[in-house]
Design a protein. Structure first.
Length: 280
């Protein structure tokens, strides 16, 4: 609920010209929290006990609440409450939902599930070493986001998505190489690619969408991402297990899943859902 409301509010306040930057900053904040949150939680528990993370959450919420009255109520033209505003299922939403599913599915499945099995079972790396690799990959992801924002502004969300899909696919393929340097590069490419996919897809889903449909649009977009996060690892494991127990099979299944979602994106741009079929 929070992610959808926050993202919708940011999009409406930023306006069409600032959507890419708003999406990127929002994504950067989430990624930073994903990266340092577990470490901070562990430190708090070690120093103050198991209640400390809950109390810190309450404190952060209270501090955020004090900032709400400072937010502007509207940006640009007021939204017509209760208006239909045309179609919800626009071409941009179809392609963006596919990309959200792919980004979260690959991001959770490969660096957090498949790569650890590959690193420990095949490369015999320590858990500490693996944690360092994933941590550096996350930093690369954060560093690439401003570049992705400029790419969206210069060439559009679809072009940025194409670059992100190719980067993610290259990372998955590189992960098949049984060496530690290849694992470093694989994680960095996957984290950067999937991290750039999400704000690009967030801009795409609003293409052709009326302002009064923004909440519904972002809700569907976030839901597909959450489904990918939860179901992606289960789906990849179920298919890969039928091919064998080698971690490489999970890499190949993840690559296939990314390809299917990319095909849906392409169909949404060229097929019956193409932008020309949507008014406004």
């Amino acid at each position: 609920m929070f992610a959808t409301v926050a993202m919708t509010g940011l999009v409406l306040l930023a306006g069409p010209a600032g959507r890419a930057r708003a999406m990127t900053l929002f994504q950067a904040a989430l990624l930073l929290a994903f990266s340092i949150g577990p470490m901070i939680g562990g430190v708090l528990i070690g120093a103050f006990g198991v209640r400390a993370p809950f109390l810190s959450q309450a404190l952060c919420a209270a501090l955020a609440l004090t900032l709400v009255p400072q937010l502007p109520a509207h940006a640009g033209a007021p939204i017509r409450r209760g208006g239909q505003g045309g179609r919800v299922l626009t071409p941009g939403l179809v392609g963006g939902m596919a990309m959200a599913f792919a980004a979260f599915s690959v991001r959770i499945t490969v660096p957090w599930v498949v790569a650890p099995a590959f690193a420990i079972g095949v490369l015999h790396l320590s858990a500490e070493r693996l944690g360092l690799i994933v941590g550096v990959g996350t930093l690369v992801n954060l560093a690439i986001l401003p570049i992705n924002t400029r790419l969206i502004g210069a060439y559009g969300a679809t072009a940025a998505l194409g670059v992100s899909v190719v980067t993610t696919a290259a990372g998955i393929v590189l992960g098949l190489v049984p060496s530690e340097p290849a694992l470093w590069g694989s994680i960095a490419l996957i984290m950067a690619g999937t991290g750039a996919l999400l704000p690009s897809a967030g801009v795409l889903v609003l293409e052709g969408s009326a302002p009064e449909q923004t909440g519904r649009t972002m809700g569907l977009f976030r839901t597909c991402g959450d489904i990918g996060m939860a179901a992606g690892p289960v789906l990849v494991a179920a298919i890969a297990s039928r091919l064998g127990t080698e971690p490489a099979n999970a890499y190949l299944v993840s690559l296939g899943l990314l390809g299917v979602c990319a095909a849906v994106l392409l169909a949404s741009r060229l097929g019956p859902f193409r932008p020309a079929a949507v008014g406004g």
